[in-house]
Design a protein around this ligand. Structure first.
Ligand SMILES: C[S@@+](CC[C@H](N)C(=O)[O-])C[C@H]1O[C@@H](n2cnc3c(N)ncnc32)[C@H](O)[C@@H]1O
Length: 290
């Protein structure tokens, strides 16, 4: 960021905000103003109330940090990777290269699971495709007597998940590496949760660069029809569920219920609900083992 003509005068927080908004808008980033405020608040540690009230000058460190953040954003690196964290269900989760950034709509899956699990019950949960550990850790925090196994095929993702477990002081989650149900052996659970990769192969190239150039491909691609992993999860779930146990799985918005219900029926499950997200798109598939 250029210094004002008067060299002794440091740029103010409002100068920095305008500069950040202008740079992000120039890059065509949607929600530039909101993102610029997040950069000042979470990246530079500026209290936004104070910004508007006192308009404090930026320290040399803050100026350097702002330039660094905007340079990285010019390469379309996701802001969450640059800041190093994201909030999910009230937990601060560390994220960076090698792990998918948890999305707000995934909180719906956590809420739907919590509504069905009694807080004090000693239940067993299997979280497939755990990534940063978001779903497993949010459930564990709210279900202190549950015991949770969370698996992922990516060793890199599991390093983030384990860090997040320690940072959030969670004891009742164990992470294991492997293909879907592999690490679970022949154990059975009361709940299986999953947010598998579900983007159709041909849609991948239409996604914004923050996703397609930065987030791990293995966390995104759901094969030609988007249902490759989801199908395997539905087919494998009954063998790992208690009778009356439930599978709760995030799906791509707009997935039709017919094929899902049919797959569930053939796999010994009964589709219970398709819960919509705030954009009114089908988002969480719920089925019970009959
Ligand atoms: C969409 S991300 C979900 C991450 C996290 N649960 C969340 O909601 O933010 C999908 C995850 O599935 C993992 N994955 C992909 N294929 C897998 C497989 N065959 N077995 C287990 N995990 C897999 C990826 O490594 C990635 O972490």
């Amino acid at each position: 960021m250029k210094r004002p003509p008067d060299k002794d005068k440091a740029p103010s927080a409002l100068d920095a905000l305008k500069h950040a908004i202008g740079t992000l808008q120039g890059l065509g980033i949607p929600g530039a103003a909101e993102e610029a405020r997040a950069i000042l608040r979470d990246g530079l540690g500026i209290d936004l109330l104070r910004l508007y009230r006192d308009n404090p000058p930026l320290s040399p460190d803050q100026l350097r940090r702002l330039d660094e953040i905007l340079e990285r954003r010019k390469k379309r690196e996701p802001l969450q990777y640059i800041l190093g964290f994201v909030w999910f269900c009230g937990l601060k989760l560390l994220v960076g290269k090698g792990v998918l950034i948890p999305r707000p709509e995934t909180e719906i899956l956590v809420e739907e699971t919590l509504r069905r699990a009694g807080r004090q019950r000693e239940i067993k949960i299997l979280d497939l495709c755990t990534g940063s550990g978001a779903i497993a850790l949010a459930l564990a925090k709210n279900l202190p007597r549950a015991s949770i196994l969370a698996t992922d095929i990516s060793g890199e993702a599991l390093i983030w998940a384990e860090r997040n477990r320690r940072e959030n002081g969670v004891e009742n989650v164990r992470f294991a590496k492997g293909d879907l149900f592999g690490p679970a052996g022949d154990s059975v659970f009361d709940f299986i949760t999953a947010n598998p990769p579900y983007i159709k192969e041909e849609r991948l190239k239409t996604l914004e660069p923050e996703v397609v150039c930065w987030e791990p491909g293995i966390a995104l691609s759901g094969g030609a029809d988007g249902l490759e992993l989801a199908g395997r999860i539905i087919r494998g779930a009954a063998a790992h569920l208690e009778r009356g146990g439930r599978l709760l799985m995030e799906i791509a918005g707009g997935t039709e219920s017919g094929p899902l219900a049919r797959m569930a029926g053939e796999a010994g499950l009964r589709m219970e609900a398709l819960v919509r997200d705030l954009a009114n798109l089908e988002r969480v598939f719920i089925a019970e083992k009959v």
